[in-house]
Design a protein around this ligand. Structure first.
Ligand code: PMP
Length: 295
């Protein structure tokens, strides 16, 4: 099925407090966000008409902006209200919300001290990030030839647009070789994350292992899944994980707002089972996002 390009859809987009017709939600080509990645954003999911963990996403948006030296001209409360408003206007029941903040056009060089800060929030109906069939069977990942940058070279704990340059490069490389996604290593060669999701492994004893987020995003889903696992009595170890260790792991899955819980069947030469523990965690996650009693 052909999807309608994102600039050709209908409805409204919230921009700087105004509801703008979707097709007119444009920026000038000379803006600092586009040229110098002066831009931070969020990705949120709507389940049954409610934004899951909205307040946490908005807090992270403000944190990302602060780390980039960007002062958002709204309060967190105002952004929460605007996110809620746009999903009602767009009639989104199960979909996605994309708040985005960028520096405007007042200065067009490296320095952008005087640039106006713009905020937009768009929302649309949306389904699965990965092919739904693969999401059940487990997706295949390659190991990216790109690494996450060292933490002293970028604001690594943010959702800043510039950090996604290597993610798109990695994802394109993976897709061109028939993989769904790519495993990225950190600057020291330890396992970091996928291009838009965190990663967990299950060992032969049913313990979960996940890398310490010390050079990449500590996902809101990651934290939620750690909570679910612990509430079920599953041991979760956050530590450095080497690629060689994948030989001994039995299961693997990704976590993220878009990915939710997505089982992984292969990474490079390493194979994993989509085991009951992963299916059960995924079911519990779905119950929580839809506010049903946890199974
Ligand atoms: N890492 C990256 C690079 C991401 O883009 C995302 C998605 N936001 C995640 C991890 C997972 O974060 P979250 O669970 O907060 O969506």
């Amino acid at each position: 099925m052909e999807t309608i390009p994102y600039d050709k859809r209908s409805g409204k987009i919230w921009i700087n407090s105004e509801l703008v017709d979707w097709k007119n939600a444009k920026v000038h080509v000379l803006n600092h966000g586009l040229h110098y990645a002066s831009c931070v954003f969020e990705g949120e999911r709507v389940y049954d008409g409610e934004i899951f963990k909205l307040e946490e996403h908005t807090s992270r948006l403000f944190y990302s902006a602060k780390r980039m030296g960007i002062k958002i001209p709204y309060t967190e409360k105002e952004i929460n209200a605007a996110c809620k408003e746009i999903i009602v206007i767009q009639k989104v029941k199960n979909g996605y919300v994309r708040p985005i903040v960028w520096r405007g056009s007042e200065m067009m060089a490296i320095s952008a001290q005087k640039n106006k800060i713009h905020v937009a929030i768009a929302s649309w109906e949306w389904g699965s990030y990965f092919d739904p069939k693969l999401k059940l069977e487990g997706i295949k990942l390659n190991i990216s030839s790109w690494r996450r940058p060292s933490p002293n070279s970028v604001p690594w704990d943010t959702k800043a647009a510039g950090l996604y340059m290597i993610c798109t490069l990695s994802k394109h490389e993976a897709e061109s070789k028939g993989f769904s996604d790519s495993l990225m290593l950190d600057h020291n060669g330890n396992i970091a994350e996928a291009t838009g999701a965190n990663i967990f492994f299950k060992d032969k004893n049913g313990t979960l292992h996940t890398p310490i987020p010390d050079s990449f995003l500590d996902g809101i889903t990651r934290r939620c899944v750690i909570g679910i696992a612990k509430s079920k009595g599953i041991k979760v170890v956050e530590r450095k994980i080497t690629t060689e260790e994948m030989t001994n792991f039995k299961g693997c899955f990704l976590t993220g707002t878009a990915a939710e819980i997505t089982p992984v069947s292969e990474i490079d030469k390493f194979k994993f089972n989509v085991c009951e523990l992963i299916k059960d965690l995924s079911k519990s996650y779905q119950n929580i996002v839809r506010k049903k009693a946890a199974a």
